[in-house]
Design a protein around this ligand. Structure first.
Ligand SMILES: Nc1ncnc2c1ncn2[C@@H]1O[C@H](COP(=O)(O)OP(=O)(O)OP(=O)(O)O)[C@@H](O)[C@H]1O
Ligand SMILES: [Mg+2]
Length: 473
């Protein structure tokens, strides 16, 4: 079963907290126990040592007073209260015990007894006398020449630690349970807060369509990971919105551009139909219709070019194209048109430069720029073509002395269907697609297209294409 990130985050958070609390509790209890044991052992050890000196005289004689715990306290100042004291003979039989044992005896196991006989002191915990466990030290007393004369046992009840432990465990359990409950609630809340943008993204993505691309995700913390994700998605939606707008604009413009010649065509046909026997009028209507059909043909062809360019970008042919040769060829092609328009056109300079790409498209790029220069330059002007190297790029430049482009229009001339002088452009036959095709071709080849212009003085268009890598020598 798949849980939400929020559930998982909270779960891990709470699990981690619980494990660390238990770990901390265990380490704390263990240390406490160790310290307590250490102190208890020290205490019973010192009582046992004193016992050794009380029970055995320097002469080696045994001395066993009845209430030796009282004597210990009175003469040696050792706190024996609460300590059980027992003295055994070398055979392990009890010979004396402190009054607080009241008829009970501290048991001695076989192992402990053997250890004592062998001279070793043993610390152990004995469970089954009284209500609480008792920590007992068993210490043999040896006298030179006589050997083992007695075994002393001193015990201390672990009642204190037992109580402390129980209270601590109780407090700790309560505290841990409360912390875990609070932590789960806080974790659940924090996870929700942190993941809020994610659910917003989900909600928005679910309802987004072409119609509401203007919607954006509200970002509370723009710098964190989720904030960055949200702003990336916002940027993506913004790009989508822009593309959609462009497509809408383009479809609108294209339909409009095609509708005009169609309307004219329809009008001409109606005139032809109505003109009955007037052959002259009929011929004129047909001639005019043909012109409109040419225009439509031109627009549709260019639109197809543009559409293809969008699709072909990745699969452009990679032929070697000699720009110098291509430029001379284009000059020849346009020589007649320039002459007829009363324009002097020449190549200022040109050097052999090779680029890699689609020959037909690059030729189209040069043609469109030259065509514009001739079209937008009045009779008597000049069009100057040059081809030169600029860094790793080949630069093709068309400079004319024509009407120029104002600062306001310059940013838009590369847009589809954009024409500066709409009325005049119809006479010269432009659809406003040439430059957008040029830009598309330049960019598809990894190049650029720029314009610099002074209205009334002329324009300069520069197309830059990356040079083909020099063939290995
Ligand atoms: N060399 C130039 N001098 C002055 N204006 C220019 C020049 N080249 C382009 N323009 C302006 O930019 C507009 C867009 O040019 P573009 O080549 O895209 O369209 P067009 O020439 O009008 O039509 P098409 O190229 O589709 O036949 C033109 O209408 C014109 O106003
Ligand atoms: Mg043009």
């Amino acid at each position: 079963m798949a849980f939400s990130i929020r559930t998982r985050l909270t779960f891990w958070y709470v699990t981690l907290l619980t494990v660390s609390l238990i770990g901390f509790g265990a380490a704390f209890s263990y240390s406490l126990l160790k310290i307590y044991m250490y102190r208890t052992d020290n205490q019973i050890s010192s009582v046992a040592n004193m016992m050794v000196h009380t029970v055995v005289k320097p002469s080696g004689q045994m001395f066993l007073p009845r209430d030796f715990d009282i004597i210990l306290e009175r003469f040696f100042g050792i706190r024996t209260a609460g300590n059980y004291i027992q003295v055994l003979d070398p055979l392990g039989q009890t010979v004396a015990r402190s009054s607080n044992l009241e008829g009970m005896r501290l048991p001695i196991t076989r192992d402990t007894y053997h250890a004592a006989v062998n001279g070793a002191t043993t610390f152990e915990i004995i469970q089954n006398i009284g209500k609480y466990p008792v920590r007992v030290v068993t210490k043999p007393i040896f006298v030179p020449e006589k050997g083992l004369v007695a075994i002393v046992q001193v015990g201390s009840s672990l009642e204190g630690i037992d109580e402390v432990f129980h209270s601590l465990a109780y407090i700790f359990m309560l505290g841990a349970a409360a912390s875990v409950i609070i932590a789960s609630a806080v974790g659940w809340f924090l996870a929700k807060k942190a993941l809020k943008p994610v659910s917003e993204i989900t909600k928005l993505a679910r309802k987004i369509e072409a119609e509401n691309l203007n919607e954006r995700i509200t970002i509370e913390v723009p710098k964190d990971e989720i904030g960055q994700l949200a702003s990336t998605i916002n940027e993506m939606i913004a790009r989508l919105e822009k593309s959609f707008k462009q497509i809408k604009q383009f479809t609108g413009d294209a339909s409009h551009e095609l509708k005009t010649p169609l309307t004219i065509l329809k009008g001409e046909m109606e005139i032809a139909l109505r003109s009955k026997d007037d052959i002259g009028a009929m011929r004129e209507a047909l001639r005019s219709s043909l012109e409109e059909i040419d225009r439509m043909n031109y627009i549709v062809r260019n639109l197809l070019d543009l559409a293809k360019m969008d699709v072909e970008k990745e699969s452009l042919p990679k032929e070697s194209v000699d720009l110098d040769k291509l430029l001379k060829e284009r000059l020849e092609h346009f020589r007649r048109l320039a002459l007829d328009s009363g324009i002097e056109m020449y190549i200022l300079k040109s050097i052999p430069l090779i680029v890699r790409g689609d020959r037909v498209r690059i030729s189209q790029l040069l043609s469109n720029l030259i065509d514009n220069a001739i079209k937008y330059t009045p009779s008597g002007g000049t069009v100057e073509l040059s081809l030169f190297e600029e860094g790793a790029q080949a630069a093709f430049r068309v400079r004319d002395t024509g009407v120029g482009i104002s600062k306001e229009d310059a940013p838009y001339i590369f847009d589809r269907f954009y024409r500066v002088d709409k009325a005049r452009s119809r006479d010269v036959g432009g659809a406003g697609l040439g430059l957008s095709i040029c830009k598309g071709i330049a960019e598809a080849h990894g190049g650029t297209l720029e314009v610099a212009s002074v209205p009334g003085r002329g324009s300069t268009f520069t197309a830059r294409l990356p040079l083909a890598a020099a063939p290995a020598a």
